[in-house]
Design a protein around this ligand. Structure first.
Ligand code: AMP
Length: 427
């Protein structure tokens, strides 16, 4: 199938061609025609499926066909859970609208609001935003959403996990009732279905990948290893494999920092990305990683969410996540858009329960390897790791819903919200 048959305008096809895309991904094939028909869409799609182009291309076409008003009011709003994802979606909007008369901008917390407000005042058609900063500016009377024609909720499941439900509801209540709403989510939990029920109008369901299954192209492997030998093993794997671009997941920000320092001491260029790093440091680390001046990016789950790193060859779980779905999100960063990838997990005795839950979720037994000199400790306890200070979330899939913590992406408003589950917030 080619992009030509999807009903997109010449200007958009030219932009797509410039990106080097030859054929639309499954989610694009399904979602683009429906969105162009002005249907509300409820789409199940993870990062890496091409979902951003899936909603951005038709959104831009609809906007460019509409009335051009002199004082450009905001006509399309894309809400995302994190700063990084907001910046990425906006970068996509910019590239796809290169040959159209469409203006766009992005707003998120943690940075000065003044330039953001000035850009909005000058008039933008598309606004990409994280919920906290958007509400902040709205409360200050600095932007109006009364002309919104299209609302996109991107990675809606993550927004709910991060405690943004109240904010989202508030924002939606300020939008015109007559609008098109598109909801993208990696999973369809009860909460997501309720959100869709409340705010979408006869939505069409689109599924690109079956829920909670891992991409076939990803080769998964587990290294059973003693806890105190993990650092040595990861350095050996990266050095001997001569891997140039490795995304490593650590459970805590302190753990991420420590591992990063050890890598650097071993002569491997590395940077950490987590909630304690400033926006500037995070952007710089990601940029260095993308252009290969940094070989290893050590990230926590929240910081890594939505990062757009095309064709990432290696993902390593230095520690397994205690929430099984996060494993699927993590390894979804390799083997993207048809490329093959490798996802390795270093598993110590105390992570045995997590591994069992993950295998249940992905529906397969992940092959195990043991490296000489880095054997697991036969005397170590298989009791799960204590989730203490800075240790992440409870080992209980329901905890992400009941605790409903909020994200660290918009610090400006933190006093407004209940302070729950600080561990999650700070990762
Ligand atoms: P996303 O799922 O939107 O984060 O996109 C994942 C990656 O796939 C991004 O790097 C996109 O630039 C890329 N991509 C999106 N659509 C296509 C396509 N039709 N063909 C090849 N790559 C694509």
């Amino acid at each position: 199938m080619s992009f030509n048959s999807l009903g997109l305008s010449k200007a958009l096809l030219k932009a797509v061609e410039k990106q080097g895309y030859t054929s639309p991904s499954p989610i694009q094939q399904k979602a683009i025609p429906l969105i162009l028909e002005r249907k509300d869409v409820l789409a199940s799609a993870q990062t890496g499926t091409g979902k951003t182009a899936g909603f951005t291309l038709p959104m831009l076409q609809i906007l460019s066909q509409g009335q051009s008003l002199r004082k450009r009011p905001i006509r399309a709003l894309v809400l995302t859970p994190t700063r990084e994802l907001a910046a990425q979606v906006h970068a996509n909007v910019k590239s796809y609208s290169e040959f159209l008369d469409i203006r766009s901008t992005v707003i998120f917390g943690g940075v000065n609001q003044r330039p953001q407000v000035a850009t909005i005042r000058n008039g933008v058609d598309v606004l990409v935003a994280t919920p906290g900063r958007l509400l902040d500016l709205q409360n200050q009377g600095l932007l109006s959403l009364s002309n919104i024609e299209i609302l996109v909720l991107d990675e809606a499941d993550r927004m709910l996990d991060m405690g943004f439900l109240r904010d989202i509801k508030k924002i939606i209540s300020s939008l015109p009732r007559k609008r098109q709403t598109l909801l993208f989510s990696a999973t369809f939990s009860k909460e997501i279905k309720k959100l869709a029920n409340d705010f979408l109008h006869h939505p069409v369901l689109v599924e690109a990948t079956p829920e909670n299954t891992t991409v076939d192209a990803i080769e998964q492997k587990v290294y059973r290893v003693a806890k105190d030998k993990k650092t040595g093993l990861i350095i050996k794997l990266i050095s001997e494999g001569d891997w140039k671009q490795v995304l490593v997941f650590a459970r805590t920000k302190h753990g991420a920092n420590r591992l990063c320092e050890k890598m650097i001491s071993a002569g491997i260029s590395a940077a950490a990305i987590h909630g304690n790093k400033s926006q500037g440091a995070r952007t710089k680390a990601l940029a260095g990683f993308k252009k290969n001046s940094i070989r290893v990016l050590v990230a926590t789950d929240i910081a890594a969410r939505g990062l757009d790193i095309p064709l990432l060859p290696h993902v390593i779980n230095f520690e397994l996540p205690n929430i099984s779905e996060d494993y699927v999100h993590r390894i979804g960063r390799t083997g993207r858009a048809g490329a093959s990838g490798e996802a390795l997990s270093l598993v110590s005795a105390d992570e045995t329960t997590y591994l069992r839950d993950i295998q249940k979720l992905v529906g397969m037994k992940i092959p195990v390897e043991i490296v000489e000199g880095f054997e697991p400790d036969p005397n170590a306890s298989t009791e799960p790791i204590k989730q203490g200070k800075g240790g992440g979330r409870n080992h209980n899939n329901n905890s992400r819903r009941s605790n409903s913590p909020r994200n660290n992406s918009d610090k400006s408003n933190s006093s407004r919200r209940p302070k729950r589950n600080r561990n999650r917030r700070s990762n």
